[in-house]
Design a protein around this ligand. Structure first.
Ligand SMILES: [Zn+2]
Length: 209
């Protein structure tokens, strides 16, 4: 691990700020959720298990290799982070939240395994999306406590879907949302856009019944 200390400090501050923002929005209740950021090509920083995401300190963050077995003490969901960084070198940050909106929307769309976003202006908050008319797929996966196997399933499906139609995130049914971006600011923008879009989708579907 050869990254200069100041870069590590910047990454720590970014993850700590993201955790604080998520907590302020009520997205990470009761120490749930986890946040990570890429330190360099083969290393990431990720939150340790069971920490209050609204009050993170550098001691709550672990630096891990993408090429070595995971050390103890990490979140059980760390494999989902690692698999995303391995699959897409452009990803700089991944934020995972247990918001009620994501938990509810994902469960309602679990049977179809897909939530389709289309017609919302805010879709343009996602990098590369220039029109509300674009149909964006948010894959939905059945929840599982076997996160190593789940990570394999997630990456297999994400790899099969056309990249231009994929929203920068996926849902775990009854559980929450994973969202990512090229850096921390973009990941946070995507997380916030998802929250509003999923709420809009829920309200829209309710109004159509
Ligand atoms: Zn979770």
């Amino acid at each position: 691990m050869n990254a200069p200390k100041n870069h590590l400090t910047v990454i720590h501050e970014q993850v700590i700020a993201a955790g604080r923002f998520g907590a302020s929005r009520g997205w990470v209740p009761a120490t749930s959720g986890n946040f990570s950021a890429r330190l360099d090509e083969r290393h990431i920083v990720v939150t340790r298990s069971g920490r209050d995401k609204g009050a993170l300190t550098p001691a709550d963050l672990a630096t891990i290799s993408l090429d070595e077995p995971l050390p103890p003490g990490l979140s059980a969901e760390a494999p989902l982070h690692v698999a995303r960084y391995r699959a897409d070198p452009a990803i700089g940050a991944i934020y995972h939240v247990h918001s009620t909106t994501a938990a509810l929307a994902s469960r309602l769309h679990a049977a179809s395994a897909t939530l389709l976003l289309q017609g919302w202006e805010l879709q343009k908050a996602f990098a590369g999306v220039t029109s509300h008319t674009v149909a964006l797929t948010v894959p939905v996966f059945a929840n599982s406590q076997d996160t190593v196997a789940l990570a394999d399933d997630v990456e297999a499906r994400l790899g099969e879907l056309p990249a231009q139609s994929l929203a920068p995130g996926y849902l775990l049914a009854g559980h929450g949302l994973y969202a990512w971006g090229r850096d921390g600011n973009e990941a946070l923008r995507h997380l916030e856009a998802f929250d509003v879009l999923l709420q809009l989708q829920l309200d829209w579907e309710r109004s159509q019944r």
